[in-house]
Design a protein around this ligand. Structure first.
Ligand code: G3P
Length: 218
């Protein structure tokens, strides 16, 4: 399973890189705004910096919602760096643009996926990744993990190469369930990745090992 970090914060990205388990980065306009990145030049330069830090795919989202605009923005983003994956929303013009990018060899991540039908459509258009939003489905009382299961099964039935990128992964149990279900990738905040480190019996066991070592070595 690949781990992506869902942030535009360079310090957090660096921390995940240093842990040695990071496979890529996802961003979105809300995450860019959270870092105060505004204006095309600043946005492009920020994406370039992220690409230089990480040896893996970096999703950069278009803002346009019309076909020509999505193509224009997506091509400019793709030219920035080979790591760039153009993130396109699940809308009619987005699906058409994914087909175009796929034929041009430009990687895509179809975002804002909330149904199996949307994922199937994106896969048929040639998306590299689909991003089902687990946590946001849970927020409205739906079952985010059921969607992951459906998409994994459908893609496996037909051998679609599109990868299931579980997004809106909010906590460690979400991440583990995505892994159990066979999601190709999970993108989550740094706290979820580092959350995998912890177990109280690990802390207790280590304290005992160190205390026993000290007792006989003093
Ligand atoms: O990148 C999109 C997704 O991961 C957002 O997560 O927690 O804002 O629903 P969240």
């Amino acid at each position: 399973m690949k781990f992506f970090i869902d942030t535009a914060n360079l310090k957090e990205i660096q921390e995940a890189v240093e842990l040695g388990v990071l496979d890529g980065v996802t961003t979105n306009p809300s995450l860019m705004a959270k870092e105060g990145i505004k204006g095309t030049d600043a946005v492009m330069s920020h994406y370039r910096q992220i690409c230089e830090m990480v040896d893996g795919d970096v999703s950069a989202e278009v803002i346009a919602t019309d076909y020509e605009g999505i193509i224009r923005e997506g091509e400019a983003l793709a030219e920035l760096h080979p790591n760039i994956v153009v993130k396109v929303p699940m809308i009619r013009d987005g699906v058409k643009a994914i087909r175009y990018f796929s034929e041009k060899g430009i990687k895509t991540n179809c975002t804002l996926i909330f149904s199996a039908g949307q994922a199937l459509l994106a896969a048929k258009a040639g998306a590299t990744y689909v991003s089902p939003f687990v946590g946001r489905l849970d927020d409205i009382g739906a079952d985010g993990m059921l969607l992951i299961q459906q998409i994994v099964d459908i893609f496996s039935n037909y051998g679609y190469p599109t990868q299931v990128l579980a997004a809106s992964v909010r906590h460690v149990p979400h991440l583990i369930q995505c892994a159990e279900l066979g999601a190709d990738v999970a993108t989550c905040p740094l706290s979820v990745i580092t959350g995998l480190l912890h177990h109280p019996l690990t802390d207790k066991g280590l304290a005992t090992f160190l205390a026993d070592h000290k007792r006989v070595n003093e």
